[in-house]
Design a protein around this ligand. Structure first.
Ligand code: AMP
Length: 295
């Protein structure tokens, strides 16, 4: 496993790796790695000849300075976790190197995918994501890109970015969310939660179960009260929000979209499947999660 910190070193190592002529898998991360990240690396290992993982806390995608300042950084542990995965190269650039040396931000038309849901609550976030992914793809000519559905909207934004880039296009592999035994989606931000808040965070998974059950067989006496009303998206959202609040979370949004899009899911008659998207707070930590509610 080679560890590369500068662009100059990266170019050199890539020349060697490219000469092998193998497919090149790339897993971009912000570090504080957990089993969700490692599942992406393992999938890349299984599907491509050479695997590169980047660790870079991208300041451009943080819309709150405090969030950036507190974002967990565990370089030594990350490298120890990556070592046994068989990843070929870990790229860990400095901000000034990646976004320096005459680099200029591009203007990305993300087709409005960047201004709703997460984009509405975190203005500029997805433009920041697009800048870093675009920059990394310019440097790392991968054939395959591996990302997690934990960041569902990010997957759609990155696919859009790939579609609009000139030249050979990398294939985006969207991998399922890795959860703990209680259903909590693994996240670097979970490291910032107290034991009590971790338990509250598991209320998100309990809410997913509740919403699935409500869709399959509307329970009587639940909130909202009428079983037939429960099947309407707005009533399901209302019930889900109520549940999340009972669990001690402060939701920013709970939305139902047609899976594969950000379009609203219109109810059981919709020809698409419902995917629920959530963002909310526990103390000063903001969490996101999403789940396909179909069986
Ligand atoms: P991050 O380090 O949070 O920027 O995440 C890097 C990549 O790992 C992104 O593609 C995320 O969607 C993915 N990821 C984060 N958490 C999980 C998880 N629990 N399961 C699967 N993938 C994840």
């Amino acid at each position: 496993m080679q560890i590369v910190r500068t662009l100059a070193q990266l170019r050199q190592v890539l020349d060697d790796l490219n000469s092998k002529g193998a497919s090149l898998g790339f897993v971009p991360t912000m570090g504080a790695l957990h089993a969700g990240h490692l599942a992406l690396v393992e999938e890349a290992r299984a599907q491509t000849g050479v695997v590169i993982c980047s660790i870079f806390v991208n300041p451009l995608q943080f819309n709150r300075a405090e969030d950036l300042a507190h974002y967990p950084r565990h370089e030594e542990e990350d490298l120890a976790l990556l070592q046994p995965t068989g990843v070929d190269l870990v790229f860990m650039p400095e901000v000034g190197d990646l976004f320096g040396g005459g680099w200029k931000p591009s203007v990305y038309d993300l087709g409005g995918l960047d201004t709703v849901l997460e984009g509405a609550w975190r203005p500029g976030h997805f433009q920041g994501v697009a800048q870093v992914v675009g920059r990394l793809l310019d440097l790392i000519p991968c054939t395959d890109l591996f990302m997690g559905l934990k960041d569902y909207q990010q997957c759609l934004v990155v696919q859009r970015l790939l579609d609009t880039r000139k030249g050979r296009q990398a294939v985006l592999h969207r991998r399922p969310t890795v959860r703990d035994a209680m259903g909590l989606a693994l996240s670097s931000r979970n490291l910032l939660l107290s034991a009590e808040d971790l338990e509250r965070a598991r209320g998100i998974a309990r809410t997913w179960r509740w919403m699935k059950e409500a869709l399959a067989a509307p329970p009587s006496g639940a909130v909202p009260p009428s079983p037939s009303a429960l099947l309407s998206p707005s009533a399901l959202i209302e019930g889900g929000l109520h549940r999340l609040e009972q669990e001690g979370l402060r939701p920013e949004y709970l939305s139902l979209v047609r899976d594969g899009t950000l379009d609203p899911w219109s109810g059981p008659a919709d020809d698409g499947l419902p995917r629920a998207l959530f963002a909310g707070w526990l103390g000063s930590v903001r969490l996101i999660d999403n789940e396909l509610l179909a069986p």
